[in-house]
Design a protein around this ligand. Structure first.
Ligand SMILES: *Cc1c(COP(=O)(O)O)cnc(C)c1O
Length: 467
């Protein structure tokens, strides 16, 4: 049987190949692995034709081979258009050139002003389309420490047959983060502020998902960062960013792309883009003090450490959920090898690979470097970086290369992180965003609830019975 980019296998080899729709609905593979397409298409001979397309048309071309016959072309096209119409920039992902020669790809022009919108606007529409085709309902359940919650909510707000329940720790997310989640007026959005920590929220979700009968009865699902559709949507902007720089500026052949990293989702999409043939010479992985990934790319050792709280909270992650997908390619696409390494990691909290991957450079930036970077770019280049993007930029600076221009991914609008900005720039006015200012003082629609699984389940039952 010939292999196809629209059939999905597990990194651990334990499932029969699935179509795109099943892969999206399944999220995590049933053998505990992650889903990947059987093959990655080689698109090198398409680059010239793709380079002039609009963002949505490019997204269609990049995604089509992975979707295959699961969706009619016209439906996929319309779904992509709808997903990116919610972005405030007509380019969707505008490129900015700074005086020092660095390029920034601004991924934060979506409704919640962070790059997760690029994937979650698409995923929300995709879920709605799949439900409309197949019937049924989906009740999304998630826990957030702040930022992902709002992007997930905005992805599905107002969508038919979908409800979303987001748990966050009461009093422990920033005022702005809570406003972004709990001011959304749509009836299908349910914010649960739990009297506990983020870990309590995650534990409750995990326990509820483990109750398979309850999960099935209430059609519970997740939008976590291992869903293939999220990766898919993120592949697009790597091509886009390279094309825009080639077109507007000096026509260089190849680039380095620097990516601030947490769960290894965003940079894994870049890795796939590179394997498809995007003109990327290397990827620069940037972590904050939670440096499991940068340590791995420099030493070959992947070992769990403590989670540190930093100024770039969306990267405060130790074990990166998408890393297993990368391992699959490092193990020459041999699922048995991946399974062995993942078993070893589960038992010993570490694994080791020989050699260095020439596709990556990696480094970590601490809070002091982040603040210094924000300040210096504001003073020297008149550009306000958010703390996540600043981690990326400060690490990228260590790997600048004369003939290979560097594109840094800017993953959030600085207005989302006023405390860090104030510390860096000593001025509360800089970097504000009018949409965030408008939220201030709006009433919150939230339910405060005990950090107790049964209470959360009872809330879900009651809410769904009333609909
Ligand atoms: C989630 C997030 C990241 C990290 O992305 P991963 O896909 O988890 O690597 C970086 N910056 C911001 C602003 C984010 O929200």
């Amino acid at each position: 049987m010939s292999h196809s980019s629209s059939l999905y296998i597990s990194t651990r080899g334990g499932i029969k190949p699935l179509g795109f729709s099943e892969a999206v609905l399944m999220g995590l593979a049933e053998d505990g692995g992650l889903l990947l397409p059987q093959i990655i298409p080689d698109c090198r001979n398409k680059l010239a034709a793709w380079s002039h397309l609009s963002y949505s048309d490019l997204a269609f071309e990049v995604m089509s081979p992975y979707v295959g016959a699961a969706m009619p072309s016209e439906s996929l096209k319309a779904l992509i258009k709808q997903s990116y119409a919610s972005f405030s920039s007509p380019e969707v992902v505008p490129l900015v050139k700074l005086d020092n020669g660095l390029f920034l790809a601004e991924l934060f022009h979506g409704p919640t002003l962070a790059f997760k919108d690029v994937a979650l606007q698409f995923l929300g529409n995709l879920f709605a389309w799949l439900l409309q085709e197949r019937g049924g309902k989906l009740n999304i359940l998630g826990a957030t420490s702040g930022d992902t919650g709002s992007a997930a909510i905005y992805g599905v707000r107002g969508k038919k047959n979908i409800n979303i329940f987001i748990l966050y720790p009461e009093g422990r997310v920033s005022a702005l983060q809570e406003l972004q989640m709990a001011t959304v007026p749509d009836a299908n959005v349910h914010c649960l502020a739990i009297k506990g920590s983020f870990d309590d929220g995650q534990r409750i979700i995990k326990e509820i998902f483990a109750e398979l009968d309850f999960k099935k009865q209430y059609s519970l699902g997740a939008v976590n960062s291992v869903n293939w559709a999220r990766i898919l949507a993120q592949i697009v902007y790597y091509f886009w960013a390279c094309f825009r720089v080639q077109e507007k500026y000096e026509q260089p052949q190849r680039f380095q792309v620097a990516v601030p990293t947490g769960n290894f989702g965003d940079i894994f999409a870049g890795y796939i883009a590179k394997r498809m043939g995007a003109p990327i010479e290397r990827l620069i992985l940037a972590s904050n003090q939670n440096d499991i990934l940068s340590r791995f790319f420099n030493s070959g050792e992947y070992s769990r450490g403590q989670v540190n709280v930093t100024l770039s909270p969306s990267m405060d992650i130790q074990v990166a959920s998408n890393f297993e997908r990368y391992l699959y390619y490092r193990c020459a696409e041999k699922p048995a090898e991946v399974s062995k390494l993942m078993r070893q990691f589960a038992a010993e909290q570490r694994l080791q690979l020989p050699g260095k991957d020439p596709d990556f450079e990696a480094g970590s930036g601490n809070d002091a470097e982040t603040l210094e970077c924000i300040k210096r770019y504001y003073q020297n280049n008149g550009y306000v970086l958010d703390p996540h993007s600043a981690v990326g930029v400060s690490v990228a600076e260590r790997f600048l290369c004369q003939d290979t221009p560097t594109i840094c991914l800017a993953t959030a609008h600085p207005g989302k992180f006023p405390e860090a900005l104030k510390t860096a720039l000593h001025d509360e006015q800089i970097g504000r965003h009018p949409e965030l200012e408008k939220l201030k003082g709006k009433p919150l629609r939230k339910t405060i609830i005990e950090a107790d699984k049964e209470k959360v389940k009872a809330f879900i039952c009651k809410t769904l019975q009333q609909i």
